[in-house]
Design a protein. Sequence first.
Length: 58
Amino acid sequence: VARIVAVIIIIITGLSLAFGDTSGGFRRLVQIVFGLSIAFAATSFFLAFFSFGGGAVV
């Protein structure tokens, strides 16, 4: 579910950057959301890919 939401956010923000007439602070906000969604999607993908559940095993 989290990956689907991240992909949808990436698509929406990418389209708004490509076709929108944004300037100033709103454009910076869209870029921040775009970067965070990419980082979130990459993190969830690689954690699932390497089967890493987190935590330390002692």
